[in-house]
Ligand binder design. Structure first.
Ligand code: GDP
Ligand code: MG
Length: 818
C-alpha cells in the first residue's frame, strides 16, 4: 500500500521509499526509514499536502510524494494476523494494538526483502539470457533485436531476498521516439523498480554506454552488468572495470549471461545498492554537458524545481535535459502545469543561444556532449587490443597523433610555446599604442585643467593608474583568445588528458591545467575557471596555487629589473622567474595535498570531437574571460590607484607648492636653481607623505632582503595590483638624482634603481614580487570561490612567508656570488 492511500487517523509501518535519488535522500533524512511507524494526522480528499506524524514529529508531504512511500497498513496487518503463520505464534498476553503493530512491522520487514529489479539495455546485449539464467525461466533468446516485446517478469530467491526481475524491451536510448523507448521509460518512472540493472554489451561498449548516460541523468539506482565479458576478453581488449564504475558512479559487474559467470556477484551488488550500504559504490554524478548547455539546463531546472509535484517524481535535472532536447512526452506532461509558459519562453531563448554559439540545436549538442563524456571515460579505462586498426573518423586520426605516447608532449609544449610567444610579441604593438594614447590623454586633460590637487588627482592618479593597467589588456585578451580557440576546437580537453597523470602526482587533476595556464594572463579569471573542476580537493588546491603563476601584471617588474641588473641575459632571468613560480606552485600543491581532506571522487574528462571553432563562440568565450579582468580594473584597481596616489600626495609640502607656483608664474625662462629646488623638495614630499611613512614603517621587516624603502612602497602598491608596482616606484624614484632628458622613464628608473640597491637585492625583489600576496582582486576571488575568509587569509599569509624566505635566501646567496 502507498502512504498516500491511508485515511486520517490510520497508522502504518514504512516498507521503503521509492523515487529518484535526491528525493529519497530528503525523505530518509526526514525520518521515513523502513520499520518506522507513521500516523496520518490529516488527509482530506482534496487537501494537499497531507499531514503526518513520524518519530514524534509532524511533517507534511505532498500527495505525490506520499505516493512514493510504500507502507504496511493496519488493514493489511489484520489480514496477515489471520493468514500468516509467522504471526500465529505471538504471545497471548499482547493486546490488539500491540499485535497490529507487530504484524505491520513483520510485513514491512518481509516486503522490504523484496527487490524489484528491471533489466535495461540495448537490443541483443543479453538481457533475456541474463533473465533466464537468473530466474531459471526459459524465455526465448534470439540473436536479433526486438525479441522481447513487452516486459516479462520472473522471481527467484537470493541470499534471503526475493528478487522480482523484469526483462524490458531493448532500447538504444530513452528518448520518446519508438514505442519500446517510451515503454521502458514509463516503466522506470511509474513502476519504479528498486534497482535497475543496466545490461551493457562489453564488446560494443561505446554505443551501449549512451543509454547508461541517460540512466545517470534520471538519478536512479543502477548497477551495470557488463555482459559478454567473455567476448571482450577473447578479443584481448583491456578494461579497468573498477575505475569505470568509479567514474560513472555506478558499480560495474562483469557477467557472462550465457553461462552464468558473475551473476551471483551482480545480485550481491544489487542488494548492497538496494540497502544503500555502500555510499562509495553508487553515487550520483552529473554528466557535464559543457558550460553553455549546462547554463541552459540549470535555467530550466530552476523553473521545474518550483513545481513540487514534479520535484517529487522526477529528477528535475533529467526533466530539464529532456525538455531542452524537445522531448515530446515530457512536453506533453508539462503542458498543464503553471510553469508551462515560462518554460516555453526560456527554452526558446536557450535554443537560440545554443544555436548561435554551437551551431547546432540543443538536441544534437546534448548527444555530442554525452558521447564526449563516454569518450573521456573510455579513454581512461579502455584499451583496444588492435591498436593498428585503421582510424575511421577525423577525430580518431587527429587523436592518434596528438595523444600519441611519444608525440603528445612535444606537440603540447610546442603549442604552449607558440601561444606565449605570440601573446607577448603581438601583444607588444597594442601595448605601445595604449601607452602612447594614455600619455597623450593625460597631457591633454592636464592642459585643460587648472593647476591644483584635483588636476593631479585626475592626471597622475586616475589616468596614469588606469593606463598602467589598461596596457595589459591586449596581452590578456590574446592569451585568452588562444585558450578559447584551444577549448572550442577540442584540443584543450586532450591537453588536460595528457597532463592528467602528471597532475595526479601532485594531487591535482588534468582539469586544473587550464586555469593554471590562464593564470599567466591574470589570476582572477583563472581562479574563477577552477569551477570546472568537480573534485573539491583539486579545486581548492588549484585555486590556491594559481597566485604563483606569474600574471601579466608582474611582467613589467621583471622586465625592468632584468634589464637593469641582468643586461647580459634578461630573457634567461625572466624565464627563471616564471619557472620558479611554477616550481613553487607544484611544491605547494604537494604540501597542500597532505592537508586538504580527500574526497577522492574521480570524474570523467569529456573528449568532444574536434571542431573548427566558430568566430562567434570564440569571441564570446574570450570576452567572458577578459571581462573579468576589465571588471577588476574598473573597480579594484581604479580605487587602489587613486588611494595610492593620495597616500603619496598627502600631506602636501608647502614649500613645494610655493616653488611650483613660482615656476608657473615665471612662465618663460625658468632658472635651473628653481628646477633643482623643486626636485629636491619633491623628494622631501615623497619621504614625508603617508605612503613614504608606510614604506618606512614596513622597511625593518624587509631590510634583511636588501630593499630600499622606495621599493617597499612599490610593494605596498602591489597589494592593490601588481600592475602598480612599477608605476609607483617610478614616482618614488622620479626626482632622485640624475635626470637626463633624452632617456625615457624606464631607463631613468633603471639607473636610479641601480644606484640604490645591489644586484642581489634586485634578484630578491623579483622573487618577492613573484611570490608575495596576490593582489586584492585575487584575494577577493579566492574568498568568493572558496566561500571562506579563512582560506583567503591563509593563502595570503602563506604567500608572504614563502616570498620572504625565498627572497632572503636569494639575497644572501646573491651577496656571496656578486
Ligand atoms: P537481448 O536482446 O538483450 O534479450 O539478448 P539475448 O539474451 O536475446 O541475447 C542475444 C545473443 O547474445 C544470444 O545469441 C545470446 O546467446 C548471446 N549472449 C548473451 N549473453 C552472452 C554472453 O555473456 N556472452 C556471449 N558470448 N554471448 C552472449
Ligand atoms: Mg530479449
Amino acid at each position: 500500500m502507498k502512504l498516500s492511500e491511508l485515511q486520517t487517523g490510520q497508522q502504518a509501518v514504512i516498507v521503503h521509499v521509492d523515487g529518484h535519488g535526491s528525493f529519497r535522500k530528503r525523505l530518509i533524512e526526514m525520518g521515513f526509514i523502513q520499520g518506522k511507524t507513521v500516523r496520518v494526522v490529516l488527509n482530506a480528499p482534496l487537501r494537499d499536502p497531507i499531514e503526518y506524524e513520524i518519530i514524534g514529529y509532524k511533517v507534511s508531504l505532498r500527495r505525490e510524494e506520499a505516493a512514493q512511500i510504500e507502507v504496511a497498513s493496519e488493514e493489511e496487518a489484520r489480514e496477515a494476523l489471520v493468514t500468516d503463520e509467522h504471526l500465529q505464534g505471538l504471545p497471548q498476553d499482547m493486546d490488539e494494538a500491540q499485535r497490529l503493530t507487530k504484524a505491520m512491522e513483520h510485513l514491512a520487514e518481509e516486503r522490504n526483502h523484496v527487490i524489484r529489479v528491471a533489466l535495461v539495455g540495448n537490443p541483443n546485449c543479453g538481457k533475456t539470457s541474463l533473465f533466464n539464467i537468473a530466474s531459471g525461466s526459459h524465455e526465448h533468446v534470439g540473436n536479433y533485436s526486438g525479441v522481447t516485446v513487452d516486459a516479462k517478469e520472473g522471481k527467484f530467491n537470493f541470499k534471503g531476498y526475493e528478487i522480482v526481475l523484469v526483462d524490458l524491451p531493448g532500447t538504444y536510448s530513452l528518448s520518446a521516439y519508438s514505442p519500446e523507448e517510451l515503454y521502458v521509460r514509463k516503466n522506470l518512472i511509474d513502476a519504479l523498480p528498486d534497482v535497475i540493472v543496466n545490461v551493457v554489451d562489453a564488446s560494443n561498449i561505446e554505443r551501449n554506454l549512451y543509454l547508461t548516460t541517460q540512466l545517470i541523468d534520471m538519478n536512479l539506482r543502477v548497477v551495470m552488468a557488463l555482459n559478454m565479458y567473455d567476448e571482450l576478453q577473447s578479443k584481448g581488449d583491456k578494461l579497468d572495470v573498477e575505475q569505470l564504475g568509479k567514474l560513472l558512479g555506478i558499480p560495474v559487474c562483469p557477467t557472462v549471461s550465457r553461462d552464468g559467470q558473475g551473476i551471483p556477484a551482480l545480485f550481491e551488488t544489487v542488494i548492497k545498492v538496494y540497502e544503500g550500504a555502500e555510499e562509495s559504490l553508487a553515487r550520483h554524478i552529473h554528466i557535464n554537458h559543457g558550460a553553455e548547455l549546462e547554463k541552459s539546463i540549470t535555467r530550466l531546472r530552476d523553473i521545474l524545481w518550483r513545481d513540487e509535484n514534479l520535484r517529487a517524481k522526477y529528477s528535475t535535472r533529467y526533466l530539464a535535459i529532456k525538455y531542452l532536447e524537445g522531448d515530446k512526452e515530457v512536453e506533453r506532461m508539462l503542458q498543464g502545469t503553471v510553469i508551462a509558459a515560462e518554460l516555453l519562453t526560456v527554452r526558446r531563448e536557450e535554443t537560440q543561444r545554443i544555436k548561435a554559439l554551437v551551431g547546432t540545436n540543443p538536441e544534437s549538442a546534448i548527444v555530442d556532449a554525452k558521447y564526449a563524456f563516454i569518450q573521456g571515460a573510455l579513454a581512461e579505462t579502455y584499451e583496444k587490443y588492435q591498436e593498428e586498426r585503421p582510424k575511421r573518423t577525423l577525430t580518431d586520426r587527429i587523436d592518434a597523433i596528438v595523444t600519441n605516447r611519444w608525440l603528445a608532449f612535444p606537440i603540447f609544449v610546442a603549442i604552449l610555446y607558440l601561444v606565449f610567444w605570440t601573446t607577448f610579441t603581438v601583444g607588444q604593438y597594442p601595448m605601445d599604442w595604449i601607452e602612447w594614447l594614455m600619455t597623450r590623454l593625460g597631457d591633454w586633460v592636464g592642459s585643460l585643467m587648472r593647476e591644483g590637487w584635483f588636476k593631479d588627482l585626475v592626471v597622475d592618479g586616475v589616468i596614469a593608474g588606469v593606463g598602467s593597467v589598461l596596457v595589459f589588456l591586449p596581452n590578456i585578451m590574446i592569451l585568452y583568445l588562444f585558450i578559447s580557440l584551444m577549448e572550442d576546437s577540442g584540443y584543450m580537453s586532450r591537453a588536460a588528458f595528457i597532463v592528467d597523470k602528471l597532475m595526479h602526482r601532485i594531487g591535482l587533476h588534468g582539469k586544473s591545467f587550464i586555469p593554471m595556464v590562464m593564470g599567466f594572463g591574470c589570476n582572477v579569471p583563472a581562479i574563477m575557471a577552477t569551477r570546472s573542476i568537480e573534485s573539491r580537493k583539486s579545486r581548492l588546491i588549484t585555486l590556491s596555487i594559481i597566485p604563483f603563476m606569474s600574471c601579466a601584471g608582474r611582467l613589467p617588474v621583471f622586465v625592468l629589473i632584468a634589464g637593469a641588473f641582468f643586461p647580459e641575459n634578461p630573457a634567461l632571468a625572466l624565464l627563471g622567474i616564471y619557472f620558479l613560480g611554477v616550481l613553487l606552485a607544484i611544491l605547494s600543491a604537494v604540501v597542500m595535498a597532505r592537508f586538504v581532506k580527500d574526497d577522492d571522487l574521480p570524474f570523467v574528462m569529456e573528449l568532444p570531437p574536434y571542431r573548427v571553432p566558430t568566430a562567434k563562440a570564440t569571441w564570446r568565450h574570450t570576452w567572458e574571460k577578459g571581462k573579468q579582468y576589465l571588471q577588476k580594473m574598473a573597480t579594484t584597481i581604479l580605487i587602489c590607484a587613486v588611494v595610492i596616489w593620495a597616500l603619496g600626495y598627502f600631506p602636501r609640502n608647502k614649500e613645494l607648492i610655493a616653488a611650483k607656483a613660482e615656476k608657473e608664474a615665471l612662465a618663460t625662462e625658468v632658472p635651473p636653481t628653481l628646477d633643482a629646488r623643486i626636485d629636491s623638495l619633491s623628494l622631501v614630499q615623497q619621504e614625508n607623505s603617508l605612503i613614504g611613512h608606510l614604506g618606512k614603517g614596513i622597511s625593518p621587516a624587509l631590510d634583511p632582503l636588501g630593499f630600499d624603502w622606495r621599493m617597499d612602497v612599490g610593494l605596498i602598491a602591489g597589494v592593490g595590483a601588481k600592475e602598480l608596482v612599477v608605476s609607483t616606484m617610478g614616482v618614488m624614484y622620479a626626482q632622485s638624482g640624475t635626470t637626463v632628458e633624452e632617456e625615457d622613464d624606464d631607463t631613468r628608473l633603471q639607473s636610479a634603481l641601480k644606484g640604490s640597491v645591489s644586484k642581489a637585492a634586485a634578484l630578491a625583489f623579483m622573487i618577492f614580487v613573484l611570490l608575495y600576496f596576490p593582489c586584492i582582486a585575487t584575494f577577493a576571488a579566492i574568498k568568493n570561490e572558496t566561500g571562506s575568509w579563512r582560506w583567503a587569509i591563509l593563502c595570503a599569509i602563506y604567500t608572504i612567508l614563502v616570498a620572504w624566505l625565498f627572497a632572503f635566501a636569494a639575497y644572501r646567496i646573491g651577496l656571496l656570488i656578486w
